[in-house]
Design a protein around this ligand. Structure first.
Ligand SMILES: Nc1ncnc2c1ncn2[C@@H]1O[C@H](COP(=O)(O)OP(=O)(O)OP(=O)(O)O)[C@@H](O)[C@H]1O
Length: 325
């Protein structure tokens, strides 16, 4: 059995052809261990969802390598793909859009069980559907079985999405902004449910969020990768990254987190970037893509050479200024 569940090397993704060609992911290198929580954070449009969709094999990759359990995903045979589809599940940002509106909650959970021959007889399916709904906190189960998605609240719908993802006993889950459309009061409860399920079932998570506070909470025992314009600029164990951030972009993201205590907020280091707008992906600056916003950018290196993500197992940074000092 491979040591890492996931190994990504020099991964690239482009959309479009010719003049419309845009490279959305530009050489990613990372791995995810079994049972690990790996969070990816970054502003809108930096490529988080595209990467999540590639990891779930909903989207193909254009260049580089993606190995799952030691096997190159592009080369999976039909038989391997069937087991991959069972093993890897994705929970989407908008549970309403991803749940079939004309199916009852019972059918939504029962269908994958039947399709993959996990349960055969009705009684068996009923028992398993009830067990899974109970696991995600949709109780009393009988109140939910005959309902349709539109009859549930946002939080309940997201729990149904999680339940559906769990039916096939996955080893890896891609969770895309799964709590961003849910009231703050319910967020922690859903995040806690996901964490409990991870402990129980040893699932690895690839958790996508634009909110570093949520990443810090959910990946407390895991790692966070910070993405900027299709590249990872900093990657580290969560506490190390939050309390010892090195990349100016990560520092700016951390500086922007509001503190409950207004005195701390006032005294916290505000890291000023050069300008607010992110360059477009089809117009990436040469050298380090962050150079247009970076207060540390130095001539000539930051304008000529793309920095590599380097460092220790616990903490890696892609910044010439940090890595040269
Ligand atoms: N199917 C597609 N065809 C063309 N361009 C696409 C496609 N899907 C995504 N993109 C582009 O790829 C870039 C990255 O999008 P992506 O959704 O991965 O970013 P994101 O970081 O997840 O953003 P958000 O937080 O807003 O969801 C964007 O510029 C987007 O317009």
């Amino acid at each position: 059995m491979a040591a890492n569940l996931i190994e990504i090397s020099n991964l690239h993704k482009k959309f479009g052809q010719g003049k419309k060609e845009v490279w959305v992911l530009r050489g990613l290198n990372f791995s995810i261990k079994r049972k690990e929580t790996f969070c990816i954070v970054g502003e809108s449009g930096c490529g988080k969802t595209t990467l999540g969709r590639i990891l779930a094999n909903i989207e193909s990759y254009s260049k580089g390598s993606y190995r799952f359990s030691g096997q190159e995903v592009k080369d999976l045979t039909k038989k391997d793909l069937r087991s991959f589809k069972k093993d890897v599940q994705m929970i989407h940002q908008d549970p309403f859009a991803s749940l079939n509106p004309v199916q009852t909650i019972f059918s939504i959970i029962a269908n994958p069980l039947k399709r993959h021959n996990i349960t055969k007889k009705y009684n068996e399916t009923y028992k398993e559907v009830s067990r899974i709904l109970d696991l995600v906190g949709l109780t009393p189960v009988e109140d939910f079985l005959d309902k349709y998605p539109h009859q549930l609240s946002g939080g309940q719908k997201q729990r149904v999405s999680i339940a559906r993802a769990l039916t096939l006993d996955p080893s890896f889950m891609v969770v895309d902004e799964a709590v961003s459309m849910i009231d703050t009061s319910l967020r922690i409860s859903i995040l806690n449910s996901l964490k409990e399920l991870q402990m129980k079932y040893n699932v690895s998570f690839f958790f996508i969020t634009h909110d570093l506070t949520i990443a810090n909470y959910f990946a407390k025992e895991g790692r966070i990768a910070v993405m900027y314009l299709g590249k990872i600029v900093e990657l580290g164990e969560t506490d190390e990254l939050i309390y010892n951030a090195k990349h100016p972009y990560t520092k700016a993201l951390i500086g922007a987190i509001p503190e409950a205590d207004p005195i701390i907020t006032k005294s916290k280091e505000r890291f000023q970037l050069k300008e607010g707008n992110i360059p477009e992906l089809k117009n990436i600056p040469s050298g380090c893509a962050f150079n247009t916003r970076c207060p540390w950018a130095e001539e000539p290196v930051c304008y000529d050479k793309d920095p590599l993500l380097i460092g220790s197992e616990e903490h890696q940074v892609a910044c010439h200024v940090v890595n040269n000092n």
